[in-house]
Design a protein around this ligand. Structure first.
Ligand SMILES: Cc1cc2nc3c(=O)[nH]c(=O)nc-3n(C[C@H](O)[C@H](O)[C@H](O)COP(=O)(O)OP(=O)(O)OC[C@H]3O[C@@H](n4cnc5c(N)ncnc54)[C@H](O)[C@@H]3O)c2cc1C
Length: 240
């Protein structure tokens, strides 16, 4: 069996995104550059108090960069170990991981693309969209939609950042949709799959990337298949 290198990384900053969600920034130790492709994940390893080795996958939420920094977008899972261990870390503490792994990455040739996420499924799209929009050679004027489903307004992670990106790039459209938005919410309402018809409909020249829990991923795939989409147009990552 292939042996993968284990890296150590130091927490630079841990910032709450909502009551149960954190953004953590890490510096990979001993490297000047940490190579990965936007959309990939790392396998975090730790020992539980019972002396059991545990590994869990976490998408990299930051774009590839010239330094050895990576970020995670983490949700606390009730009765889970790793998610709470990571959310409880403070600046200066260290973790061990292997990777990068995964092929949830942008498929060439690049096309107009809809990115669909709920919860921390937004992580790989934050990486992809920052990478794409940083350079016209990368995005080549294609249209991108980020359709992000949340329950309440306070659960729209990275809201200001994506609104700023949308203001700076006419080809990027940030579309949060709330299933339980209050009366003051003027944006989209309901579940992500309810908006696909008006955003992309039956277009055959477009890609969809879906990331989050299995129920949402299945509902979106069914919806796109019903529009007549070919399965090659749909790329997905399931977190559970
Ligand atoms: C490729 C990949 C990338 C991932 N990226 C991220 C990421 O960027 N951020 C992130 O927060 N998580 C991500 N996950 C989920 C993560 O790997 C763990 O499954 C999650 O953190 C729970 O681990 P745990 O040890 O705390 O709980 P566990 O002990 O593994 O699970 C406890 C219970 O919660 C359920 N459960 C598992 N995962 C979730 C979840 N995500 N939400 C709700 N319930 C769940 C399980 O079915 C189980 O019943 C990713 C998973 C995969 C496969």
């Amino acid at each position: 069996m292939a042996q993968f290198k284990t890296f150590e990384a130091r927490v630079l900053k841990s910032t709450p995104l909502s009551e149960f969600t954190k953004h953590i920034e890490l510096e990979v130790k001993g490297v000047s550059h940490f190579g990965f492709v936007a959309g990939q994940w790392l396998s975090v390893k730790t020992m539980t108090p019972d002396g059991e080795e545990m590994t869990r996958a976490y998408s990299i939420a930051s774009p590839p960069s010239a330094n050895g920094h990576v970020s995670f977008c983490l949700n606390r899972v009730q009765d889970g170990f790793m998610s709470n261990y990571l959310c409880d870390l403070s600046a200066g503490e260290e973790i061990a991981f292997q990777g990068p792994f995964g092929d949830f990455t942008l498929r060439p040739p690049l096309r107009d693309t809809v990115f669909i996420a709920t919860g921390t499924g937004i992580a790989p799209f934050r990486s992809m969209l920052h990478w794409l929009l940083a350079d016209p050679e990368q995005h080549r004027g294609h249209e991108f939609w980020l359709l992000f489903g949340a329950r309440f307004e306070q659960d729209i992670y990275y809201r200001e950042e994506f609104e700023r990106l949308a203001a700076e790039h006419a080809n990027f459209h940030f579309l949060p949709t709330l299933s339980r938005g209050g009366p003051e919410w003027l944006g989209l309402r309901g579940y992500v799959q309810e908006h696909l018809g008006s955003i992309v409909g039956a277009r055959a020249d477009i890609h969809a990337y879906i990331c989050g829990l299995n129920n949402m991923v299945s509902a979106v795939r069914e919806c796109l298949t019903a529009f007549g989409w070919h399965k090659k147009q749909i790329v997905f990552e399931r977190y559970d």
